[in-house]
Design a protein. Structure first.
Length: 359
């Protein structure tokens, strides 16, 4: 509408100027010419404007009209942000996505009741980017950019995912690749604006044997990064010193008693670097159960202790309590204690994954 008005005005002005410049033409002829211009060119102006020509006028892509008023659509505003240290609770973030947190209560609910420290919700919001449940280690999920839409309601998010290449070794353990960030703005929704993917080539870029490693810096081909289940830094060990041992025997759990299973580990080095327990079972009420794992040195540690989870139970846990200087070759014992009579269940299978080193 605005373009039509401008075009029509310019053409009328040109016509009037032409009439004024023709001194020999009578006044009536000038009036008649103006009327003829309005009727003859109205459809032509409309056609030019509608087709994008605008009669020689340039369109401004950043302008929009609303009821005849001209407004500036605006551009997104890039935002500064910072990474917030956090540990996801088991079972959270297993699917790829974005989660926007506008209150401390919402953040606490997602993180199992306690919000990660470092977000000031009086002036900030928080964003969680998850790439989903992935083999560990090697998958990195990173927020690379944030912007706020012109109206302030939408957070535009740039993300990146790096995965380990085919030459890399990963544990049987899976963990969620994620990043939590805080920023000073208060949008009500979040949308992914751009995403980049990359692959880490362990054969050409990985660390050498006994070199330092981390989730970001993996080991070379044929090596596994040990100790990452217990800390942020590890060392590269030969993959030959790493194995998984499984007891596939299915059997009933003792009601109101102790079920004991054993398996033998062999062919490793001498002491533990990483120990991961995998347990699959069914039970009418898993909150009645306590599960422990005992290593060949006789050290018994808790794997699961009467937690309110649903059946079937599929655990992949890093038990806390093994010293890192205890025997790995020999008999490992799993005990499942049922503390309440009346409910029954089945131990489907269990395994122990071990990364070892020479002491």
């Amino acid at each position: 509408m605005l373009a039509r008005m401008i075009a029509r005005t310019l053409l009328l002005a040109l016509a009037l100027a032409a009439c004024d410049g023709a001194s020999d033409a009578p006044t009536d002829a000038g009036f008649d010419a103006t009327v003829a211009l309005d009727s003859a060119t109205d459809s032509a102006i409309d056609s030019a404007v509608d087709s994008g020509a605008d009669g020689g006028l340039e369109r401004d892509a950043g302008l929009e009209t609303d009821g005849g008023a001209v407004t500036d659509a605006g551009q997104p505003t890039e935002l500064a942000f910072r990474v917030v240290d956090a540990q996801l609770p088991e079972g959270a973030g297993v699917a790829r996505g974005l989660e926007l947190f506008t209150s401390e209560a919402a953040l606490a609910a997602y993180f199992g009741g306690v919000a990660p420290a470092g977000v000031d919700f009086s002036r900030e919001h928080a964003l969680l980017y998850t790439e989903g449940d992935k083999p560990f280690p090697g998958h990195l999920a990173t927020v690379t950019g944030l912007a706020l839409s012109a109206d302030g309601s939408e957070l535009l998010v740039d993300t990146a995912h790096r995965e380990p290449g085919a030459s890399c070794e990963t544990l049987g353990l899976r963990r969620v690749a994620f990043q939590l960030v805080a920023f000073e703005a208060t949008p009500t929704r979040a949308t992914e604006r751009a995403h980049a993917s990359s692959t880490f080539d362990c054969a050409t870029s990985g660390g050498a044997e006994h070199a330092a490693c981390s989730e970001a810096m993996l080991c070379g081909a044929g090596l596994i990064c040990g100790n990452l289940t217990r800390g942020d830094a590890g060392l590269c060990y030969p993959a030959a010193l790493w194995d998984t041992f499984t007891d596939p025997t299915e059997g009933a759990l003792t009601d109101d008693g102790v079920t004991t299973r054993t398996l033998m580990a062999s062919g490793l080095a001498t002491v533990d670097v990483d120990v991961i327990a995998y347990v699959e079972l069914t039970h009418a009420d898993p909150s009645e159960l306590r599960i422990t794992l005992t290593n060949p040195s006789g050290n018994e540690v808790v794997v699961f202790d009467r937690e309110p989870v649903a059946s079937p139970v599929r655990l992949a846990r890093v038990p806390v309590g093994f010293s890192g200087d205890e025997d790995v070759n020999g008999e490992w014992t799993l005990r499942v204690t049922d503390h309440v009579p009346g409910n029954t269940g089945t131990l489907t299978r269990w395994s122990v994954e071990i990364v070892s080193r020479w002491d």
